[in-house]
Structures are given as C-alpha cells and as structure tokens.
Design a protein around this ligand. Sequence first.
Ligand code: PLP
Length: 346
Amino acid sequence: MRSPIEFRSDNAVGVAPEILASIGEANEGGELGYGGDRWTTMLTERVREVFGHATARIFPVPTGTAANALALSAMTPPWGAILCHPDAHIITHEGGASSLFSGGAVMTAVPGEGSRIGSEQLRASLEAVTWGDPHESQPAVLSLTQPTERGTVYEVADIAELSRAAAEFGLTTHVDGARLANAIARLGCEPADVTWKAGALAVTLGATKNGGMSTDAIVSFDDSLSDELVYRTKRAGHVPSKMRFQSVQLLAYLADDLWLRLAAAANQSAQRLYEGLRSLDVDVRDEPEANIMFMRLDNEVIDRLEELDLMFYRIAPGVIRVVTSFKTTDAEVDETLVRFRTALSG
Ligand SMILES: Cc1ncc(COP(=O)(O)O)c(C=O)c1O
C-alpha cells in the first residue's frame, strides 16, 4: 500500500523522541508553578549559554503568534509602526495579533527580493516618514523573519546592516525565528551571530515546528524589555502554572544541539528533494536555503500528485508549497521523486 508523504508543514508531523521523553521526566514530583520550577531555572541558564549572553531571559509561550505579538507589543508604543516584509507572517497570518497586543500599532510593509527586506527599501521607507507628526504611525520596530516565509535566509551581515539602519532612526529589531534553527543550521553560525550580535533585541524562538510539542518562546536580550515582558506575558494569560512542561521541552530542544540537528535534517531533505526536482525540470521558485520551497506546476499535475498521496499546500492556482521536517527521510524524498515522475508523465 502507498503511504501518504507529509509536506504540508513542519508542524504537521509529531514530536522528536528526546522532547517527548523529557515531558515524562518532568512529570515526577512536585514543583512550583508559574516558572518557579527547576526546569525553568535550568532553561534560563541554558539559553544564556547557547546565545552567549549573560542576561538573556526566556519566556516560554504556546505559539509563535504569541511570541511575536508579545515581544513586538513591548517594543512599540500603541501609536507605533512595526516594519516588516509584505510576506511576513505577522502581517499575513496572525489576525492582527501584534496590533491587538500593542494596543493599536500598525504594520508597515517594506519590500525586498525573496521575502527579505532590502536595505535600500528600508532606508527609503524610513526617510519617507514625517517624524513627530501625530497623523502618522511612528516606526518603532523592525521585524525580520529568519528564515523567511519563502524559505530564504538572511546572511548575518544583512541582519546587522538592516538593524543598524533601523537603529539610526531609533527603531529596535525583532527576529521572528519560528524556524530560527533552520537558518542557523544553514548559515553554520553561532546563535549569537544572527541575533543579539547582529542587533536584535528580542527573538521569537520556534520549537514546535522543529520537533517540539507545545511551546515556542521569546528570548529577550534587553533587561528593561525582559522586565516588561514579565507583566505582558502574565496579562495576556501566557504564564502557565505548569510551565515546567514547556520549559523541559525547550531544555531538551537546546541540549546537545538537538534543535540544530533536527533543523539540519529538514534542510538536507529539502536540498535532496530540490536537486531531484530540478533533474525532472520542475520549476522550483528558489533553491531552498532552509526547509520550505514553492514550485509551479500544471494544475492537472498537482491533482495527480494529490492522487498519489503527496500532501502539500496549494498556495495559488499552479503553485504549491512543500515543507520538509526533521522527520522527512531520504527514502520518502526518493519515493516523492518517483511519484513526481509518474504525475509529470501523465
Ligand atoms: C514565520 C512564522 N512565524 C510565526 C508563525 C506562528 O506560529 P504559530 O502558528 O505557532 O502561532 C509561523 C507559523 O506558521 C511562521 O511560519
């Protein structure tokens, strides 16, 4: 029997065994709630080691949307503007959560190639602002998705340059790292290089899409931002009394480079699939730099791929999105290529 092969999203697959096991380990004994447990204490230490930052703080929250919206709300006044790419998840897929949590800040789109904000476009956008005019939302924060929604990755130097330009105009920088591990695995850099050393004040650290069960987190590199997040996370109902079960997942995730190993596996599957698809002359939009790729195909071919039990999203007529995960195996990629060959030959 032919088995379905999952490419709809990296959150459509299950949990990494190491993370699942960690939840069982945290299920023993009594521990204080609301982050007063030993796993949350250990997590803070671990995050400081991993990011090489002595005062970094981590706030486990259940979703990437919550992490983005709460971090951004603490980085902008209600009359502020959050600058992001038009493809950014915060502007396209979060139901305005950042505007809600910030008490009304708007999102302003700044374009650029490959879903990456361009530095010239950023400067042009900032230079066009009438600063101090209460009729106009005042840009307060730059949000960069790393890797982008299109599967491209900002180089470390790009993030540093964009956040430097933003800082010249008084903005701080946030990184939506719902798939941060995939970008770090691709770049082969230290977590610090692509975050605070490149100018980011806060990062949304994704885990659920890369083997976690039920947690992402905000990592803050600024003490006053962290102090504010203590209150904002609580007021938003995002300080679970059994936080230990989130913290222990994040501890397992960050232990022994598990997050980077899982992400590297997903990236490698995307690369293997891309190379196979190119040899079949499939029109893949960009070479994947992480674990996401888009491709153009005739609609009849897309129908046949679905009949052959390949699972993916139809993004627009004739365009599909394929996402690999830590669970995608080489055998699945090779079998996918067999099914593509069948679908393409009609
Ligand atoms: C780039 C990016 N940021 C944030 C999120 C939000 O994550 P969640 O669905 O956990 O709210 C997603 C989810 O797809 C995403 O792709």
